[in-house]
Design a protein around this ligand. Structure first.
Ligand code: FO1
Length: 322
């Protein structure tokens, strides 16, 4: 069994490759829900949905989110009503949010609803939302750094920061808000115990992985299993391929390079997979008590995804004696 910690984007690409090079029923994906929010009264879980859609070949390849062959009639009608259309929900995608919201309303938890959607989409990987409790990512931002005339507060929800303000605000800090002591979804701790390796996918460590690690029981398990935790770098040649990671690193006072990412994850991971273009940082990474494996980590095509997964499952697992 292999457990992968993932957000949307790079983590999902890695999972797609992994599902093609091992028995997918032996993969557990622990997915970030810090981006979840309620809009139009609907519960939306973007990273869970990107994982479901990608593993069932339904993802929109152009955007990397939402479903392929989508239509936008509801958004068009909503625009006419001058409703909120900054977060685009396609007609087919809306069915997922309607279904999830209704099941949650009837008392089922997020994990159960996710497994029902996975079954309908014929996804064999076990997708577990990191928690069924609410944990929400918030970003403290500098209001002078962007057009904030419509902005009511300097504390933005993840989707306001990411989609509404297009990652333009300068971030000063990130927090994970919850009203309880969030518990890992049932099955996560057992999966971490039983897994040959735990892989931190190439997702944004601050926005996608940290929310998962904010759940005390998960972080503690990773620290105790550090020897079998492998992190894949989301940085290639000193930059993030997509998304605000590079900009965020600078805003948080760090350098945009693999060393900053490694430093951030070195308490929970012992092996770091980096792109060949960053191999000159090997010495700095080994000084952080990390074993380093180098390959091409860019996953543009299905072949690339499988190649990265195969590299991790053969060379890297051998490196940790599995
Ligand atoms: N991202 C955007 O940049 N613009 C959107 O309008 C948008 C809509 C959307 C709808 C459903 C969904 O599951 C994801 C959506 N995303 C959109 C992506 C989402 O904001 C991010 O991918 C994740 O939250 C970050 O991993």
């Amino acid at each position: 069994m292999i457990t992968v910690l993932s957000g949307g984007g790079g983590g999902v690409k890695f999972l797609k490759g992994l599902a093609q090079c091992m028995d997918p029923t032996q993969i557990v994906a622990v997915v970030n829900t810090g981006d979840d929010f309620i809009l139009h009264g609907l519960y939306i879980s973007p990273d869970v949905d990107s994982t479901l859609y990608s593993l069932s070949d339904q993802i929109n390849p152009e955007t990397g989110w939402g479903q392929k062959d989508e239509s936008w009639r509801v958004m068009g009608a909503l625009e006419k009503l001058e409703g909120e259309t900054w977060f685009k929900l396609g007609d087919r995608d809306l069915a997922t949010h309607l279904y999830r919201t209704q099941r949650l309303f009837l008392g089922e938890d997020l994990a159960k609803v996710t497994s029902q959607i996975a079954k309908a989409f014929k996804v064999k990987v076990n997708i577990l939302p990191m928690t069924c409790d609410r944990v929400s990512t918030f970003l403290q931002v500098d209001l002078d750094s962007f057009d904030s005339s419509q902005c009511k507060s300097d504390c933005l929800s993840f989707q306001e920061y990411f989609v509404k303000y297009k990652c333009n605000p300068k971030v000063t800090s990130i927090s994970f808000e919850t009203s309880c002591n969030p518990m890992p979804t049932h099955g996560i701790i057992e999966a971490l115990d039983r897994s040959e390796a735990i892989i931190i996918g190439p997702s944004n460590p601050f926005l996608s992985i940290d929310p998962i690690l904010s759940i005390k029981a998960i972080r503690e398990k990773l620290v105790s299993y550090r020897e079998k935790v492998i992190a894949i770098s989301p940085i290639v040649d000193g930059k993030s391929l997509k998304g605000p990671l590079s900009k965020l690193l600078i805003e948080l006072g760090k350098k945009s390079d693999v060393v900053s990412i490694a430093r951030h994850l070195s308490s929970v991971a012992s092996v770091f997979v980096i792109d060949s273009s960053d191999s000159s940082f090997r010495k700095e990474l080994t000084d952080l008590n990390l074993a380093v494996a180098t390959t091409n980590t860019v996953m543009d095509t299905e072949t690339d995804k499988v190649a990265v997964a195969k590299f991790v499952m053969t060379k890297v697992l051998a490196q940790i004696g599995k």
